[in-house]
Ligand binder design. Sequence first.
Ligand SMILES: [Zn+2]
Length: 304
Amino acid sequence: MNKRTRWGGALAVLLCLLLAGCGTREPTPETQKEPVAEPPIVSSARSTEETEPPAPAESASEETEPAPSEKEEPAPAEETEPAPVEEEAPAEAEPEPVPAEPTPAEPEPVEPEEAEPAPEDESWKLILVNAEHPIPEGYSFTTTELRNGHRVDERIYPELQRMFDDARAAGIWPFVNESTRTAEEQQAIMDEYVARYEASGLSREEAEDQAREIVAVPGTSEHQIGLALDIIAELSSDSWSTWQWLEENCARYGFILRYPADKTEITGIGYEPWHFRYVGAEAAEEIMAAGLCLEEYLGALPEN
Ligand SMILES: [Zn+2]
């Protein structure tokens, strides 16, 4: 019987252990909590996924933007040759709009075509017109009208346009302030100056002498042969920088600074940084390089 009670006690202990084991199953709710905790992880995972989607959406959009840039980058890379052209292009492109309105030299393309037969006789390029060399009788020429109404000998128009285009590309804004005058217009200018000097107290003769110092007597002005231009700067730009550019570059287009400061004794005309005369590229290059005036180049010094 004792053995049975011992075994019975052992069984009771086992039962108690089993029961106690059931008691220790309290953590099972915890294990249930774990799965509960999982959802938040999943949800947080989803949230991260949700945040990610917009992120990738943004990053995608951002990537799509950089992507084209990458596509564009290779494009310029391929266009490395045109690239320098584009650098020049903007320079021209920016200037163009500004001068577009008052752009002086831009006539109809029809007239330049008429200039083609002219090159036969080029003596006109070096015609000398000054106080001692009046315009030959019957001298005539055909003019091309610039956009601002001024006219020039049609034969110089292409070079004039090229010079202005290149000047603008260099940031210079030349403007034709005066070009071709008729004899009547030249006379009107002379009369105006004479009247001004008379009004200041000079006699008629004194006034005429003074006026001749500044204004060419009709028939002796280069402005009457369509080859001379008085060039100033566009409204907002600097005339001195414009004149400097023209003096340095005009020869390439066949123009010369006609009345330099150190040649007034020879030309009989005071320094006129704005007055440019077409003589053709060959003569212009030589004249400007040597620092001559037209009279010196032609060996036609005044007889003093
Ligand atoms: Zn002039």
